[in-house]
Design a protein around this ligand. Structure first.
Ligand SMILES: [Zn+2]
Ligand SMILES: [Zn+2]
Length: 191
């Protein structure tokens, strides 16, 4: 869905949509499961910078909610997580700030987004909002054992032999040898 400034200048636009998986490109960081609900209102806010300098910002407020799958940080199995958040964002035309580079950027201004040409694409905004709401690290369960760094086996499904210590007979022989060397070193010298 695209909000054109010329249309928003006439009146605000309310939206209430369900977006199918794929409509919002999440770039592989998360996979959308089922519809993504998005509702809210888009409107124009006029920034009066001077008598002849009026900038048309787009304010977009609303919320989104949906179900997603992200890979477990330890075992990479998909983990289902519901995500949802409210947003209240301001978008300024790209050209409005192009010659204002020397203006000091206050922390509030870093919150401002930009729209290209004369319209704002809702799907672009939702992509950013969904990615921002993703947890930094998702685990399939708090005690996920993860993948074995040596053989790559999923240790939640079956313990791999790497975990069981020296089960290989060659290692056992070596361990026995070391035991004999140590006992020889600690035994009192016979003259
Ligand atoms: Zn896991
Ligand atoms: Zn292993």
């Amino acid at each position: 869905m695209e909000f054109k400034v010329s249309e928003l200048e006439r009146e605000p636009i309310d939206f209430d949509l369900e977006l199918a998986p794929g409509a919002v490109d999440l770039g592989g960081e998360a996979e959308q499961q089922g519809p993504l609900a998005a509702s809210g209102r888009a409107e124009v806010l006029h920034e009066h910078r001077g008598p002849r300098d009026i900038v048309a910002d787009i304010r977009l407020r609303g919320r989104f909610a949906g179900n997603f799958e992200v890979p477990c940080a330890r075992c990479v199995e998909p983990v289902k997580i519901p995500l949802g958040a409210d947003y209240d964002l301001i978008f300024r035309p790209v050209a409005a700030d192009s010659e204002a580079a020397e203006r000091s950027i206050t922390p509030q201004e870093t919150e401002i987004g930009y729209y290209q040409k004369d319209s704002l694409v809702l799907e672009d905004v939702l992509r950013e909002q969904v990615l921002l709401s993703l947890p930094v690290r998702t685990l399939c369960k708090p005690d996920c054992k993860g993948l074995c760094p040596r053989c790559g086996a999923d240790r939640n499904r079956q313990p791999c032999s790497c975990d069981e210590g020296p089960s290989d007979p060659r290692w056992e022989a070596l361990a026995g040898l070391r035991g004999r060397i140590e006992s020889r070193e600690t035994s009192p010298k016979r003259n």
